[in-house]
Write a protein that binds this ligand. Structure first.
Ligand code: FAD
Length: 333
């Protein structure tokens, strides 16, 4: 692809982005072309990336955050289960974090998409969709994951509003309500056991033959949990609030909330292209200090853990920031 095509595509993509973050948060970024060398480039400027930026900014490290503005929870009205921020809009938490991080004058942020990475003599080179090129001694990937929506009409519109992925994040808000678990087998059994403490009106929607062993079936039966095997055709909803699950035989069942876990892929393929190993489940492999399998590259937040939460993203981001700073210090002191 030519440089001109990259710039053109970048322009289109950025116009199409939902830009859940306020553009003012990016105002600090200017005349980057003549200042394109950094101690650290952080790719992904949501909870994990901003948390690592805080530790690095406070250590007077010269850092660039590149963020495309598409955090995975952007459709959720309120974020829960993160102490001090319970019930706050997800974008409000991120905007607040951003304004605090940008108070450190060695921290810059750019609204762009990192599209490729290369190793260089002293570190790494990152190229963005708008054709900019930046160098850094260390890289941090805080890129999150991309949820893959099933091909069911209405599903993606309800995602994070009434089709929910986690009882800890949104279960309390739907307590004592009519609840579906759109899953099967071991996973469905596990989620059902957690959700049962929040509501006793539960139907498991397997959308195909149920896959439970006799012991599981006996427990589900004991707790009056229904199993419906009919194939799901569509979710009928109003502004993301589920009304009915419509089945392929045209029958329907009403629900207030449905739990569903969906497959995912890495939001960015740059870590893999630079040689970072992935786990069997598809997460970036990291050690206890958030180091990937490639020297000088760190990863934090959703891209490297199944413990998906804002609190965990912030915690691993903080560890990453201090460990990256330590690595720089060890090399320079
Ligand atoms: C629907 C939903 C609701 C949720 N609700 C809750 C809740 O109530 N409470 C809770 O604790 N957790 C909740 N979570 C989980 C929580 O949102 C995640 O754990 C958290 O957002 C992870 O933070 P992160 O920084 O790792 O990734 P993300 O927040 O997903 O951010 C990743 C960032 O990286 C950027 N990015 C990716 N690739 C590139 C690239 N190549 N170049 C530039 N930028 C890039 C993206 O645009 C994005 O801004 C929810 C998750 C979902 C899906």
């Amino acid at each position: 692809m030519t440089r001109r095509e990259i710039i053109k595509q970048g322009g289109l993509a950025l116009t199409a982005l939902a830009l859940p973050f306020t553009l003012t948060a990016f105002a600090k970024f200017n005349s980057m072309t003549d200042k394109n060398n950094f101690d650290v480039i952080i790719i992904g400027g949501s909870y994990a990336g901003l948390s690592s930026a805080m530790a690095l900014g406070r250590s007077k490290r010269n850092i660039l955050i590149i963020d495309s503005g598409l955090p995975c929870n952007r459709q959720t009205p309120h974020s829960h289960n993160f102490i001090t921020q319970d019930g706050v809009k997800p974008s409000e938490i991120a905007d607040n974090a951003k304004s605090q991080v940008l108070k450190y004058d060695t921290v810059k942020i750019l609204n762009d998409l990192a599209v490729s990475g290369q190793k260089s003599e002293n570190g790494f080179i990152i190229t963005t969709q708008t054709g900019k090129e930046f160098k850094a001694k260390k890289l941090i990937f805080a890129t999150g994951i991309k949820d893959i929506m099933p091909n069911i009409r209405g599903f993606s519109e309800c995602w994070g509003i009434s089709v929910i992925h986690c009882p800890y994040c949104h279960g309390y808000e739907f307590r004592n309500q009519k609840t579906g678990i759109f899953s099967n087998g071991e996973k469905a059994f596990h989620v059902t056991s957690l959700v049962h403490n929040l509501t006793d009106d539960i139907t498991i929607l397997t959308s195909g033959k149920a896959e439970f062993n006799n012991e599981q079936l006996a427990k589900l039966n004991k707790h009056n949990i229904r199993i419906v095997e009919k194939e799901i055709a569509e979710i009928e909803h109003e502004n993301g609030q589920i009304k009915n699950m419509i089945f392929k035989d045209n029958s329907k069942m009403s629900f207030d909330a449905v739990y569903s876990s969906v497959p995912f892929k890495q939001h960015s393929d740059i870590p893999a292209s630079l040689g970072c190993e992935l786990t069997e489940q598809g997460y970036i492999k990291v050690d206890n200090f958030q180091k990937t399998t490639v020297k000088g590259i760190f990863a934090c937040g959703d891209n490297s853990t199944m413990m998906r939460s804002v609190a965990y993203a912030v915690a691993t981001g903080g560890i990453t920031g201090s460990m990256t700073n330590k690595e720089l210090t060890d090399e320079q002191f």
